[in-house]
Design a protein around this ligand. Structure first.
Ligand SMILES: [Zn+2]
Length: 275
């Protein structure tokens, strides 16, 4: 699933084009993609979008008159792109906005499962919809991070991915961040020393910024990730083969030398069964 760096790169690319012209026609939308019916999509027509915003892993497009917000969650396989006037697009996109002048914003979704969603909301409804999200991960800072870590005792990998605690990080960037911070994915949040919290805050910014810069240049997953999905490849710091462990329905990648003092992490699902 695209995470903060990927969504933020898309937001930057969409910001200018979506606000260049008023909307001529909103829709059609796939019945599984459009999650709201009131206000109707047609109420966007004639209005202009002010800009593209990002909240956690979602994109928001408020109208210039501040009356409506178009919210998009791409989930795993959704993609948003701008088609210039006359440019050929997909025959049946999951969602489409046609702008005056002929450019289009189209949402497509690979595969047959329709999981991406589009909501047309009032600004108040949008606030409620996003109210459960924690603070944005980028530039979170050590002080705020420390409060979050001491708030509950959780494994670091799990806590970093919890959008209610800290928003924007998923399993891929949690792997990159914890490796950069030289912290075990299984380390407990409340047992993290102040200098480790400091290191984690720096690693969050360093990795998310690195990812954003690469994604803005169009880098693919293989070039962007250094730890995630790199089982058996040499760690970029020490050369030890990257290891993998299953934890809470997720697969974690880590370096046993840099992060766990040489210890190989046990599969938590398996050990629970054996206990
Ligand atoms: Zn290493």
């Amino acid at each position: 699933m695209p995470e903060l760096p990927e969504i933020e790169a898309w937001r930057r690319a969409l910001d200018g084009p979506v606000s260049a012209f008023p909307i001529e026609k909103a829709g059609p939308a796939h019945v599984a993609t459009l999650k709201t019916f009131d206000p109707p999509l047609s109420s966007l027509e004639g209005r202009r979008l002010a800009r593209a915003e990002r909240r956690a892993k979602r994109l928001l497009f408020p109208t210039e008159d501040d009356e409506l917000v178009l919210l998009v969650h791409l989930m795993t396989a959704g993609r948003l792109r701008i088609l210039r006037a006359g440019e050929k697009g997909p025959k049946t996109p999951a969602f489409r906005l046609l702008f005056q002048g002929g450019s289009q914003l189209v949402l497509t979704e690979a595969g047959s499962k329709k999981r991406a969603g589009v909501w047309l909301l009032t600004p108040e409804e949008a606030e409620l919809e996003l109210g459960h999200l924690g603070p944005d991960a980028l530039h979170i800072g050590a002080d705020r991070l420390s409060e979050i870590l001491t708030g509950e005792s959780r494994r670091l990998h799990s806590l970093l991915r919890d959008q209610r605690a800290i928003a924007g990080i998923g399993r891929a960037w949690a792997n990159e961040i914890l490796h950069h911070a030289q912290l075990s994915p299984y380390a407990l949040s409340r047992e993290t020393a102040p200098e480790e919290v400091e290191r984690l805050a720096l690693a969050i910014d360093a990795e998310l910024t690195r990812g954003l810069e690469l994604r803005e240049r169009g880098a693919n997953d293989k070039r962007t990730y250094r730890v995630h999905d790199k089982l058996g490849e040499p760690c970029y710091v020490c050369g030890t083969p990257i290891a993998r462990v299953d934890f809470e329905e997720h697969t974690i990648y880590y370096c046993p030398s840099c992060q766990t003092g040489g210890r190989v992490l046990k599969d938590r699902r398996l050990s629970r069964l054996l206990r």
